[in-house]
Design a protein around this ligand. Structure first.
Ligand SMILES: [Mg+2]
Length: 157
């Protein structure tokens, strides 16, 4: 049998290092997202001060920086990223099974997140529950959403 020998250009040492760190950061996003699923959005793991949500945000930031570095190194391109974003948005529009405002766990304090500006808004009501937002929104939009649902809303620092 003929052995396959690639004709593709192999990554340079610098490109290999960038790819290695990109892989590491993608894995750290996965790890923190699974911790949030298992232990909660606002759980603070002992030995450090940050919630799982804050830590996931920081890992996404790490990954975002590595994406920038891979763009600079021309390992990836902005056109492909934009195609991927649009394709994913179309897939979500068709296949996502939940919607913003779906009450997930009535035993918990109602927490609504505005990820878009890196802010968060926290709401409380008599019967507690967590609202999940499928789309990124600003904290102001979250406040309006909560008020429209008849909840008392307050933007937290
Ligand atoms: Mg990291």
């Amino acid at each position: 049998m003929d052995k396959f020998v690639t004709t593709g250009r192999m990554p340079t040492p610098h490109e290999r290092e960038l790819l290695t760190i990109l892989i590491e950061e993608a894995a750290e996003v996965q790890q923190r997202a699974t911790k949030m699923l298992r232990f909660g959005v606002d759980e603070v793991q002992p030995g450090q001060p940050y919630t799982n949500a804050e830590r996931l945000g920081m890992e996404v930031g790490d990954l975002d920086l590595m994406i920038d570095r891979c763009l600079i190194a021309k390992l990836i391109g902005t056109v492909a990223i934009e195609i991927g974003r649009r394709r994913k948005a179309e897939q979500l529009a068709k296949f996502i099974q939940t919607s913003p405002g779906a009450v997930d766990d009535p035993s918990r304090e109602l927490v609504v997140w505005g990820f878009y500006e890196g802010e968060r808004a926290v709401f409380t009501q008599g019967s507690k529950g967590e609202h999940e937002l499928a789309e990124p929104v600003t904290a102001e939009q979250v406040v309006q959403l909560a008020k429209a649902a008849g909840l008392s809303a307050e933007k937290t620092p």
